[in-house]
Design a protein around this ligand. Structure first.
Ligand code: ADE
Length: 253
């Protein structure tokens, strides 16, 4: 997978992309991340990327020309019309659709993504109307720029690209992948400060352990994020157990 990022601050990406799974994925050529400084696509001697908003108002607005030209330069390297026409061009903005594991999964299916990090008070609306194909927000709060949001998105997407995580099974149990939160995890020692690891996990009985994992995921989700249970894939028996847990009357469907 190739990811191109348009930003005013490419240096911000150096540290997170130099460690852990990113470094390994880049070294193994499973992903390539190309950083583009929006200012490199300006033509004046001050490399002006922003300007005052028409109609007044506070703050500055990112100009359209360097962003269009940067994307056109990236697209000119693509030889297949089909890829050019379906390539997601994503603007990170608090006005976008709310990012989720589902969206991460959807984006991990593409071989190429372009991310645009907004800044200042906003971005010229013509970029939204005539260039961008998707807008994503990482949460209902306002960051000072799209860079941190782009890093969050890239992290969540890249770890779903086949081969990026050491063990192919590991993303399957992640919180949110199943629609439930992940069960509690333990490692050695079996007793620490008199706190023992649940006995079933030491039993070697894989069926019992899988049952415990599932129950714990459901209990944890019911306690912390009960709204997730509505969309989770649960059996009738599991639904009834939750209703008992939450003190509700079971509905037979
Ligand atoms: N830029 C500023 N705030 C943002 C957010 N919450 N998500 C994505 N991009 C942003």
């Amino acid at each position: 997978m190739r990811i191109d990022v348009l930003t005013l601050f490419p240096e911000m990406f150096q540290v997170p992309f130099s460690f852990g799974i990113f470094k390994r994925a880049i070294d193994h050529k499973l992903i390539s991340i190309n950083l583009h400084n929006i200012r490199d696509y300006t033509h004046d001697k001050h490399h002006t990327a922003d300007d005052y908003p028409y109609g007044g108002g506070s703050g500055m607005v990112l100009k359209p020309e360097p962003i269009f030209e940067a994307i056109e330069a990236i697209k000119s390297e693509i030889h297949f019309e089909e890829e050019k026409n379906t390539l997601p061009i994503i603007l990170l903005t608090p006005q976008g659709r709310l990012f989720s594991q589902q969206i991460a999964l959807e984006l991990s299916g593409y071989s190429h993504l372009i991310l645009i990090c907004g800044h200042y008070e906003g971005i010229d609306e013509r970029v939204r109307e005539h260039l961008v194909t998707d807008e994503i927000s990482i949460g209902d709060y306002v960051l000072s720029g799209g860079e941190l949001a782009a890093m969050v998105l890239v992290d969540a997407v890249v770890r779903l690209v086949p081969g990026v995580l050491g063990s192919a099974a590991s993303p399957i149990d992640d919180s949110h992948t199943t629609g439930l939160l992940e069960y509690p995890q333990y490692t050695r020692p079996p007793v620490y400060r008199e706190w023992a690891v649940p006995e079933v996990l030491l039993s070697g009985n894989h069926a019992q352990i899988a049952k415990w994992h599932r129950e714990q995921s459901i209990i944890r989700t019911a306690g912390r994020r009960p709204e997730l249970l509505n969309k989770a894939n649960l059996s009738l028996e599991e639904r009834q157990k939750i209703d008992r847990l939450l003190g509700k009357q079971s509905k037979v469907v």
